[in-house]
Write a protein that binds this ligand. Structure first.
Ligand SMILES: Nc1ncnc2c1ncn2[C@@H]1O[C@H](COP(=O)(O)OP(=O)(O)O)[C@@H](O)[C@H]1O
Ligand SMILES: [Mg+2]
Length: 260
């Protein structure tokens, strides 16, 4: 898997103290905040992002960020992929054709967001990565993977696929934290996934295994902090972490039900 590169803005300036020519620079980011429809978006983005890093899931990297005007307000800064060097197909755009290419799709495939032939092609070009993203989504109860990934469909020079926007998972899969906690203990959600019917059992099975063998310390370190994160209290972070550790046991069943 190629290492995703992020977009530097401007040329930057030489750092006065650097002995090796390091420069002060700026990266482009998309700043995301807690929102009435995603009360715990910042926490869910950061926790899902850190879990993804442990597991080797290809999601764009994101970090916590604070502005100068209000040092107490936190945002999730999603580092912008350096897209100009890539031949990306943008699945994040609404597909005007919608179901026009329906004839091509597998029975039972996800039809909700268009890009039907391209989703099939993506899963054929990147079978390992597509399976990894889909199984991860089931684990974190991601309610919104459709329209939240991009890829070089022809394999490109390097072959890049990345997912973005985990802001509707974990404690933000529903509009309130309480409802999202319920969804985390409910193995029947989510009900569908954009890659369903196009994945290979062997790759999904390896990802289930990888998630089930993740040490509890890793899950705790990704999901629990010493501070409230946006609207999410420490108690809620620990609760989410416990539920996710339990939820791994349901994963094999969820994969069978949703993805095949
Ligand atoms: N890190 C990123 N790199 C490239 N594009 C991004 C990145 N983050 C977001 N985008 C673009 O911005 C859009 C909105 O971001 P997203 O995180 O999906 O927010 P929303 O919660 O509003 O859907 C995405 O659909 C995508 O096209
Ligand atoms: Mg989105």
């Amino acid at each position: 898997m190629p290492l995703l590169r992020y977009q530097i803005v401007g040329e930057g300036e030489e750092h006065p103290d650097s002995t090796t020519g390091a420069r002060d620079g700026h990266l482009a980011v998309l700043l995301k905040h807690d929102h009435e429809q995603a009360n715990a978006q910042v926490y869910s983005e950061i926790a899902a992002n850190r879990l993804a890093q442990f597991l080797g899931i290809p999601v764009v990297l994101g970090v916590m960020a604070t502005g100068e005007s209000d040092p107490h307000a936190v945002s999730f800064a999603s580092l912008r992929a350096a897209e100009s060097a890539l031949q990306l197909y943008d699945f994040t755009q609404l597909d005007e054709r919608m179901d026009a290419d329906e004839a091509d799709v597998a029975p039972g495939a996800y039809m909700g967001s268009g890009h039907l032939t391209e989703i099939k092609r993506l899963c054929e070009t990147y079978p390992v990565e597509a399976a990894a993203v889909a199984v991860f989504d089931l684990w974190i109860a991601n309610a919104d993977r459709a329209l939240n990934f991009k890829a070089e469909l022809d394999g490109g020079e390097r072959g890049v696929l990345f997912a973005l926007d985990q802001g509707s998972s974990l404690l933000a899969s529903c509009s309130t934290i309480e409802a999202s906690l319920d969804a985390l203990s409910d193995g029947t959600r989510p009900k569908d996934h954009p890659f369903q019917k196009y994945l290979q059992g062997v790759h999904c099975g390896s990802m289930v295994e990888r998630i089930r063998s993740l040490p509890e310390w890793a899950i705790e370190s990704a999901m629990t902090y010493n501070d409230t994160i946006g609207n999410v209290t420490l108690d809620q972070q620990f609760l989410a972490c416990d539920l996710l550790i339990e939820r791994r046991k349901l994963l094999e069943e969820m994969v069978k039900r949703v993805l095949f």
